[in-house]
Design a protein around this ligand. Structure first.
Ligand SMILES: *Cc1c(COP(=O)(O)O)cnc(C)c1O
Length: 468
């Protein structure tokens, strides 16, 4: 063994203790760490001939690299849809690294950690009140979950023509219908060889909505003259957290032949709340569903899962199986993640979620989801009360899409947001909605409180008073 490695091994406990203390210092100080900074490095460090050992590496990390990092797990990082890790999720994440399993099989002598993943998926189905006719697994993010689901949809589409696209490539035009897809679904169409421009846009419902118009959907279906298609629908669009009408789509599924995918990256968690579960009524009829855990479940990146109906397991294996040998025996009995997802080697990604669900239970997440939506409403009300902002859409769930009031202020939106984000007190994302430049704040972090909203409103008022 290399002497530096040996030295690290001898000091293991001390090193881990230091890393733990580092973590505690960061997390206990999150409130004061800026949400953005202008620190930089030239990224051209020379690789040293002789190793420094972990303790020295940690010192260098603290001096040079840590200053780059922002408080994205903190209470006022409202950009994108960003959760922050909870204590239980960090325990799971650290232990996933420590145990360092290659999670694939439920039966092999090489380790059975996939049983933990299956148990976690089962807990998630209970949390979301979905039936166990779905089988799921973990991937890095909702992008990969959309990709995985749509890859199986692509194989299904080929089967309608007696083709095996996984083996022979795509030979028909694949019909895709969608209204307000997330950019990652479009990216998936590009990665899948379907083509990022090759989809038909369904109209949205009248009246400041992003949900698809069911009548227009049926018109577009009829125009396909009985040909199969793939429907990409939304449970929570990023700008306005709008939901397609899943009960109406379920009825169409009785009449027409299509694969139904739902992207519920964050909006799927509406199912956890009595108050909001009506948004997802009927979603259990989908063929595949995408959910992110590193958003509203507040676990560290990279964590998302797909759910695909068990009936489709053979299509899934045809798409992802890792060898050309015919699959041996019963696909569900000899289950191996290696044959149903894009990755071969994979970490025990389920563990942070398992710890979170067991530690906080259904009620913990109900509270979190409802608290987030209340905070979104408070923030929306504060914006309206101030009189110099306007909401671009009603607040349905946890996202607030707003802008500076008055068309004459459209040119100021970006500079206002830049000034706001430069304060490091809060971070929000620019957006474009209903032909207007806007700003989006998303409430998903378990640490956010009403005090944070008060503080942010003060910062926003000061910027407006000073500059406009
Ligand atoms: C965030 C998000 C995605 C992409 O998720 P990643 O985890 O960043 O890959 C896809 N769809 C929706 C609706 C999202 O909110």
């Amino acid at each position: 063994m290399n002497s530096i490695l040996q030295q690290d091994l001898n000091n293991f406990e001390k090193i881990l203790e230091k890393a733990k203390q580092q973590g505690i210092n960061f997390l206990n100080n999150l409130e004061n760490i800026p949400t953005s900074n202008k620190n930089t490095i030239d990224s051209k460090r020379n690789l040293n001939e002789l190793g420094l050992g972990s303790e020295e590496a940690l010192k260098e990390f603290n001096n040079r690299l840590a200053p780059l990092l922002v408080s994205s797990p903190g209470p006022r990082y409202w950009g994108f849809v960003t959760g922050g890790s909870t204590p239980a999720s960090i325990v799971g994440d650290w232990l996933a690294s420590v145990y360092d399993q290659n999670t694939q099989s439920v039966t092999s002598q090489g380790g059975n950690s996939a049983l933990i993943e299956l148990e976690t998926i089962n807990l998630l189905l209970q949390l979301l009140e979905l039936p166990d006719s779905f089988l799921g697994g973990f991937v890095t993010g909702a992008t990969m979950s959309n990709f995985t689901s749509l890859a199986v949809a692509r194989q299904w589409f080929g089967k309608q023509f007696g083709k095996d696209y996984a083996k022979n490539g795509i030979s028909e035009t694949i019909n895709i219908l969608t209204a307000t897809p997330h950019s990652s679904s479009i990216k998936s169409l590009s990665m899948l060889g379907i083509g990022s421009q090759n989809y038909t846009v369904v109209k949205t419902t009248e009246g400041n909505r992003e949900a698809l118009d069911i009548n227009d959907l049926e018109e577009k279906i009829k125009a396909l003259n009985g040909k199969p298609f793939i429907l990409i629908s939304s449970a929570g669009t990023v700008n306005t957290a709008d939901f397609d009408d899943f009960e109406a789509i379920s009825e169409l599924k009785e009449k027409y032949n299509f694969w139904w995918h739902i992207d519920g990256a964050f909006g799927g968690f509406a199912a956890v709340s009595e108050r909001y579960k009506h948004y997802v009524k009927g979603w259990d009829g989908a063929d595949s569903i995408t959910i992110d855990c590193h958003k509203w479940l507040n676990v560290p990146y990279e964590s998302a899962f797909y759910l695909i109906k068990k009936d489709h397991i053979h299509l899934q294996i045809e798409t992802f199986q890792n060898s050309n040998a015919p699959y041996l025996g019963n696909a569900l009995e000899n289950f191996n993640y290696l044959n149903v997802v894009p990755e071969n080697s994979r970490r025990l990604r389920a563990l942070p979620v398992w710890f979170s669900l067991v530690a906080y239970g259904k009620e913990g997440f109900q509270d979190l989801i409802e608290k987030s939506t209340l905070l979104a409403l408070h923030f929306g009300n504060a914006l309206v009360d101030d009189g110099r902002f306007e909401l671009l859409a009603p607040i349905r769930l946890n996202n607030v899409c707003f802008t500076l009031k008055g068309n004459e202020n459209q040119d100021n939106v970006n500079s206002f947001l830049a000034k706001l984000n430069d304060t490091g007190k809060v971070f929000m994302t620019p957006t474009f909605y209903q032909h207007k430049k806007g700003i989006r704040a998303s409430f998903v972090n378990w640490r956010t409180t009403e005090e944070d909203i008060k503080m942010v409103m003060e910062v926003m008022k000061n910027i407006i008073n000073d500059n406009f």
